[in-house]
Ligand binder design. Structure first.
Ligand code: F6P
Length: 320
């Protein structure tokens, strides 16, 4: 394969640029041309792409967001949309496509491969860490550290005022960010979508602290576990503590990627190009037990997202 393209799709994640850079540099190393597609599948359908040089990805490894920009395309979910996209690639003699994104982007990449014969390789880029086949997704480590820095700040002011903060972090279906940031931030309570929210139990934990003179605390809430207003209302009704709320929101999606995310993105970008070089498509790359792996997209998406139940229980022990 002599010509490939790369795009970022879905929610952006810190480290996506490091992955793009690795794709471009590895392709150059193997004498393969790389086109950068703007705005994900939406830009692909419009043929919005340009040839990338080594220089185009200089000074990007440390930058958050994505230099190619990203989008969520509904047109690409249709067969006609995918056909248009395939025509754009064929017109330029492009045979392979690296898709940096999450599960929705991978589903598109799989259909594209099977219907249109474009060799696709998925690289997991999402802050949510919600792909079962890989231990880590690009952006997760940075997002957790961003949430952690915010929790540290919140702890200062909460303990000064004897208040409990309920801090909402991202994670609609997956509590990984809440769990890791909560454990590392010494949270009293961590609420995740994978576990039922029991307000009596939470109130008991907070009351136990109060009984020994602790009137401040941190409750980390994954956005998908329960509505923030409900958590505040239910806890206020059950305890005499003073509550405040903070939503971290999109702050978690930006920022310079951590070393972990840069290294992961670089390794996965390299493997993605090596697979295309060998004419392999319809696969995703990931990391398991420190090793870079690749497997068919269908197989990868069939693996359920693993909730770290042990870590959750360990966090509970430490909050007692
Ligand atoms: O998929 C990543 C994610 O950051 C989720 O945690 C969050 O709920 C969602 O994206 C927000 O997406 P959007 O960019 O569409 O608002």
């Amino acid at each position: 394969m002599k010509r490939i393209a790369v795009l970022t799709s879905g929610g952006d994640a810190p480290g996506m640029n490091a992955a793009i850079r690795a794709v471009v540099r590895t392709a150059k190393y193997h004498d393969i041309e790389v086109y950068g597609v703007e705005r994900g599948y939406a830009g692909l359908i419009e043929g919005d792409m340009r040839l990338l040089s080594r220089h185009d990805v200089s000074d990007t490894i440390q930058r958050g967001g994505t230099i190619l920009r990203t989008a969520r395309s509904t047109e690409f979910t249709t067969e006609e949309g995918r056909e248009k996209a395939a025509e754009q690639l064929s017109a330029k003699g492009i045979e392979g496509l690296v898709v940096i994104g999450g599960d929705g982007s991978f589903r598109g990449a799989n259909a594209f491969y099977h219907e249109c014969g474009i060799k696709t390789v998925g690289v997991p880029g999402t802050i949510d860490n919600d792909l079962g086949y890989t231990d880590r997704t690009i952006g997760f480590d940075t997002a957790v550290n961003t949430a952690l820095a915010a929790i540290n700040n919140l702890r200062d002011t909460m303990s000064s005022h004897d208040r409990v903060v309920i801090v909402e972090v991202m994670g609609r279906h997956c509590g990984a960010i809440a769990l890791h940031a909560g454990l590392a931030g010494g949270a009293e309570v961590i609420l995740v979508p994978e576990r039922k929210v029991d307000y009596d139990e939470i109130a008991e934990v907070l009351d136990r602290g109060e009984a020994v003179g602790k009137r401040s605390g941190i409750v980390v809430l994954a956005e998908g576990a329960a509505p923030l207003a409900e958590v505040e209302r239910e806890l206020k009704a059950r305890t005499s503590l003073s509550f405040r709320t903070t939503v971290l929101g999109y702050i978690q999606r930006g920022g310079s990627p951590t070393m972990e995310d840069r290294v992961l993105a670089s390794r996965l970008g390299i493997r993605a190009v090596e697979l295309l070089k060998d004419d392999v498509g319809g696969v995703v790359v990931g990391v398991r037990g420190g090793k870079v792996v690749d497997l068919p997209i269908e197989e990868a998406l069939a693996i359920p997202v693993r909730f770290e139940a042990e870590l959750y229980e360990e966090a509970k022990i430490l909050s007692l």
